[in-house]
Write a new protein. Structure first.
Length: 273
């Protein structure tokens, strides 16, 4: 046998003894906005993590906003072969795995049972999650801690459609806006548009930290269904500049948006996502 043949035989024998435990595939991405037990968006001081059974598969520490409406993202390793018992990392997930969401904050560590994660799908998928680290016993959309703190009954779902302070906004609307349901002067809204020196309309309004604001516009005339045809309206953050933004995250301070005045026969409305 020649030296070349011997070398080739040795290489084949060595290769046959190697077994890849699993080849990494594109990670799963879970992202979204996490709120504390009162429904207030976390600025910091909280860890969000995912478990498969008792095995932690991903964790992140919240440190401010990543993008409007997003303050966390979790990348989860994905194994290449569910029949392979030797994952390339022990916490790689397989299709169909069930994950649970957990949070650690000033109130301790607990599972967020209200946030159901869909079974693990294909590699590279991005899954949006909405996390509120508090219970909602009556399933009325408002956390129990927020209801108790604001004089509402966390066991009465009728609280959601009531208007405690008589300001025209339901308690559920106040919860979603981040305003106080017992103080009529604290409500989501804005004053009339004002024309700016740069020829735009200025829209100024108070914001709540973490809430995402959008603007919609519609012609004054009703459509064939008898309703206004609302569509997304871009805006600018500076006077006399092209409107290119469609979402604004609140900081807790007043904000001013600038709207194009090309159409003078239009309606505008401010919304919270």
């Amino acid at each position: 046998m020649s030296l070349v043949t011997l070398a080739l035989a040795a290489a084949v024998a060595l290769t046959s003894t190697l077994s890849l435990a699993g080849i990494p595939r594109p990670m799963l991405l879970y992202y979204g906005q996490a709120c504390d037990r009162y429904g207030q968006v976390y600025k910091s001081g909280a860890d969000i993590f995912l478990l498969r059974g008792t095995q932690e598969v991903a964790r992140t520490t919240i440190a401010g906003a990543i993008a409007p409406g997003i303050n966390f993202r979790l990348a989860v390793p994905y194994d290449s072969d569910p029949s392979d018992t030797g994952n390339y990392v022990p916490y790689a997930v397989d299709a169909g795995d069930i994950l649970t969401v957990w949070v650690t904050d000033s109130a301790g560590t607990r599972q967020v049972e209200s946030c159901e994660v869909p079974p693990v799908g294909a590699p590279g998928e991005a899954v949006a999650l909405r996390i509120v680290a508090g219970e909602d016993a009556d399933a009325d959309g408002m956390s129990d801690a927020w209801e108790r703190a604001n004089g509402l009954d966390p066991t009465d779902p009728a609280d959601a459609t009531a208007d405690l302070d008589g300001d025209g906004q339901t308690n559920l609307a106040e919860y979603r806006a981040g305003t106080l349901p017992w103080l009529a002067s604290d409500r989501f809204g804005t004053s009339a548009l004002t024309l700016t020196p740069g020829g735009m309309y200025a829209l100024t309004f108070p914001t709540t930290y973490g809430k995402v604001y959008t603007v919609q516009t519609a012609p004054l005339a009703l459509d064939e269904t008898g309703a206004f045809a609302w569509t997304s309206c871009p805006f600018s953050l500076e006077d006399a500049t092209a409107p290119t933004h469609t979402r604004l995250q609140g900081t807790g301070s007043p904000a001013t948006l600038y709207l194009d005045t090309t159409s003078l026969t239009a309606l505008w409305r401010l919304s919270i996502q």
